[in-house]
Design a protein around this ligand. Sequence first.
Ligand SMILES: Nc1ncnc2c1ncn2[C@@H]1O[C@H](COP(=O)(O)OP(=O)(O)OP(=O)(O)O)[C@@H](O)[C@H]1O
Ligand SMILES: [Mg+2]
Length: 216
Amino acid sequence: MIHLQNIAKSFVQWSETIDLYSDLSLEIAAWEFVMITWQSGSGKTTLFNIIAWLQTADTGEVIVHDTALHTLWDDERTIWRASNIWFVFQKFHLVSQLTVRENLELPGDLSGLTKRYTVQEMLDMVGISSKIDIYPDQLSGGEQQRVAIARAFLYETPLLLADEPTGNLDLWNTQNIMQLIKDLQKQTWVTIVMITHEQEILTRADRVITMESLIG
Ligand SMILES: Nc1ncnc2c1ncn2[C@@H]1O[C@H](COP(=O)(O)OP(=O)(O)OP(=O)(O)O)[C@@H](O)[C@H]1O
Ligand SMILES: [Mg+2]
């Protein structure tokens, strides 16, 4: 499903070069639920971005779902992402001018993606269907994250990338959201790659990969 081969990435900060990875390779099978973890600054978010080629690597190849992302034009990649990857970010990325229902409808309206469930069914599954017609800033952080997760599972995209999706939540909400993601994955067979630094949720993954083991 995901094939990263010989990825190198460095940044220049002032006059100093930081070699984040010099030869990183990674294989993730379809339907796996993988968590990537390690300390702050170890390059987790950068890797997340490289998997979707939101950020380019200096060398190496990224093949996702049989598509060599590094070989596509920007426009082709954007179209490809829209039907193949859903992202969940730490800060939710909900559209504040749209209601919960409209936030969930938007990706379908924009790119014609097929829904797995109705919006109402999906919101029932995440336990917030009573909030369907209100705006994101009228929701708590945990509720906003539920909307973001509902939106991620609503459409038939085979891959879900999540960067610290529980980073803003208390332990109670974190456990609930993780259970929810786990249940949704069983029903939808989505491949999930989740970045996290939270030790207590690692047991939920099929496989845990440390940045240390990738960088060597
Ligand atoms: N655009 C950039 N320019 C220069 N350096 C960068 C850039 N992006 C990231 N870095 C550096 O690369 C390193 C890794 O950053 P990254 O965001 O991938 O870490 P992370 O593991 O996600 O950390 P955190 O757990 O704090 O989110 C950091 O030291 C950062 O300073
Ligand atoms: Mg990060």
